[in-house]
Design a protein around this ligand. Structure first.
Ligand SMILES: CC(C)(COP(=O)(O)OP(=O)(O)OC[C@H]1O[C@@H](n2cnc3c(N)ncnc32)[C@H](O)[C@@H]1OP(=O)(O)O)[C@@H](O)C(=O)NCCC(=O)NCCS
Length: 303
């Protein structure tokens, strides 16, 4: 959306009556009586019903509807002698998404130009810190395991290239670290030099082919000890308090039970399933989850 279209949209919404009418039109069955002509959902709402409900004259309502129409928020069609209006739901959704993107209200107050490099954390068993090039050998050794990688998004190559971690670190992580993604490696305090896992937090528009806000993996020999759940505590706190996330969208392959258990454990809500591709071609669907800042805080207080 260009700036001019955004301004037209904002002007269209910057009026109490128009905002009210658009809200009513988005739930027509709840807000208007059944019509003799025209289906409330399929055809829209007759101008006479809108006029009655909003208590304005018909020419004034027509003027308001033209402004909403010019902004692309409603469409109109004539039936008999009347004009029927219905909201263009896709246009409303994409306008709001565009506005959100511009203002970054949903996923962080920080603009992508402001770099906020990730800090290091320690927990009872782990050191969680930003990756360095010295991590490449142990990262490659522990990550390159089909049992780990098969659960990840299909954009990750398999067989995994010999220099895959090096390329990923130098080309995808380090240049973007603190801009639109924040990546930490996990090291066990018993072997602080060895990378045994990683967590990535990203804005949904980070251009990585994934539309969720978080990814993670842990070397197989460390599964079942609660290490990922432990590492997520400071990272999620950081995302919600310092990066300004209000809510995070998470996902996993539908049959990746370990990953979904991690989400359930920390209070994420299951939202829906959707088709998706993973490295393991037998996975064809993902589960989508969401967690708000308040839901995360409730979990954290329960610890
Ligand atoms: C997803 C993944 C990180 C989960 O690992 P995990 O070990 O199951 O998760 P945690 O570290 O949080 O450990 C939780 C498990 O440890 C157990 N556990 C033991 N001690 C624990 C403790 N002190 N605190 C919490 N859990 C503990 C829990 O009971 C739980 O086991 P359960 O799920 O069988 O009940 C790991 O399976 C993995 O890396 N998979 C491959 C990559 C992947 O799928 N990434 C996610 C893509 S969406």
């Amino acid at each position: 959306m260009d700036t001019e279209s955004t301004l037209v949209l904002l002007k269209a919404l910057a009026n109490e009556k128009r905002l009210q009418i658009l809200q009513w039109l988005l739930s027509p069955v709840e807000n208007f009586p059944p019509q003799n002509d025209g289906d409330l959902i399929e055809d829209g709402v007759c101008i006479s019903y809108i006029t009655d409900k909003v208590s304005l004259t018909q020419p004034t309502v027509t003027m308001h509807m033209k402004i909403l129409g010019d902004a692309g928020l409603v469409t109109s069609k004539p039936i008999k002698n009347w004009v029927f209006y219905k909201p263009d739901r896709d246009a409303v959704d994409s306008a709001l998404a565009d506005l959100n993107q511009r203002l970054r209200t949903e996923i962080g107050a920080a603009s992508s130009d402001a770099e906020i490099p990730p800090p290091a954390f320690t927990t009872s068993r782990l050191i969680i810190r930003p990756p360095e090039t010295a991590d490449i050998p142990s990262w490659q050794k522990n990550f390159v395991d089909y049992e780990v990688i098969r659960h990840l998004h299909a954009h990750i190559p398999w067989p995994y290239p010999e220099n895959g971690v090096e390329t990923h670190l130098n080309e995808a992580i380090l240049p973007n670290q603190g801009k639109d993604k924040w990546v930490w490696v996990l090291c066990h305090k018993d072997q602080p030099e060895e990378v045994i896992g990683s967590i990535e937090i990203r804005r949904t528009d980070a251009g990585v082919g994934e539309n969720d806000n978080r990814g993670f993996w842990l070397a197989q020999k460390f599964w079942g000890q609660g290490l990922m759940s432990e590492a997520l505590v400071p990272v999620m706190n950081y995302a919600f308090t310092k990066l300004g996330f209000k809510s995070m969208v998470l996902s996993n392959a539908t049959r990746n039970r370990r990953s979904s258990r991690v989400k359930k454990r920390h209070g994420a809500r299951f939202v829906a399933t959707a088709p998706a591709r993973f490295v393991d071609p037998t996975y064809t669907e993902k589960e989508i989850w969401e967690i708000t800042r308040e839901e995360w805080e409730a979990y954290e207080q329960s610890l």
